[in-house]
Design a protein around this ligand. Structure first.
Ligand SMILES: N[C@@H](CCC(=O)N[C@@H](CS)C(=O)NCC(=O)O)C(=O)O
Length: 214
């Protein structure tokens, strides 16, 4: 990987961008942060909207191309560093389930939890992208029950995405703190990359709050 191959991560602390940063650390990837102070609303100002019109993080730029969406970023980065062993190869029987569970995060889990957070009446079961929230969560829980990771003994990039998502969503009271969810989330949170980025995020978030309040 040459210098021009370095990855830029558009980032804000204590946000959905944390998963992308933890994954970059897990992969040993060379990256630079482009930090946005979301407390000061920088993600909604013209310079960043010109990069990602949705004003959302994470986004990454690599070899001149922009990738947004946690799901795409997770798959892209893990594939970029196959030697890190966090992605099942194309000929691996786990490849399909691996893609399934990463996509499930964006297509089923997020819409369900946003409805729950907003206290919105979900769409009828046949129209809802996630059937109903309880079924969506119990299906996830059954997969995690096989443990210790989504696909047994070997951790993949999908576990980084899910472990961090479950840590946040249990903290917000959106996902019940069942033994399976708690133990799984703790397993991911105990990893050095997660610990290191959590500490860095706390410091960065405090700096952002101070700057935004000034
Ligand atoms: N669909 C996006 C959603 C990302 C997202 O919601 N990011 C939040 C951070 S937690 C954000 O950037 N919010 C800032 C805003 O909308 O102003 C993904 O999965 O990557």
């Amino acid at each position: 990987m040459t210098t021009s191959d370095r990855i830029t991560l558009y980032y804000s602390p204590q946000s959905r961008a944390m998963g992308a940063r933890v994954l970059l650390e897990e992969l040993g990837a060379p990256y630079d942060l482009h930090v946005l102070n979301m407390k000061a609303g920088e993600q909604r100002k013209a310079p960043y909207l010109a990069i990602n019109p949705l004003g959302k993080v994470p986004a990454i730029r690599h070899r001149g191309a922009l990738v947004t969406e946690q799901v795409a970023i997770t798959i892209y980065l893990a594939d970029l560093f196959p030697q890190a062993g966090l992605t099942p190869g194309l000929d691996d029987a786990r490849r399909g389930p691996y893609l399934r569970w990463i996509a499930y995060y964006g297509s089923s889990f997020e819409p369900a939890l946003i409805d729950k957070f907003m206290k919105r009446e979900p769409a009828p079961i046949t129209q809802s992208p996630y059937a109903d929230c309880d079924t969506m969560l119990s299906t996830l829980e059954a997969q995690l029950a096989k443990g210790p990771y989504l696909f047994g003994d070997a951790i993949t990039a999908a576990d980084i995405l899910w472990g961090i998502a479950l840590n946040w969503t249990m903290m917000f009271g959106l996902v019940p703190r069942t033994d399976i969810f708690v133990r799984y989330a703790e397993r991911i949170a105990a990893r050095p990359a997660f610990q290191q980025i959590s500490v860095a995020d706390d410091e960065m978030a405090a700096q952002h709050a101070a700057a935004a309040g000034a």
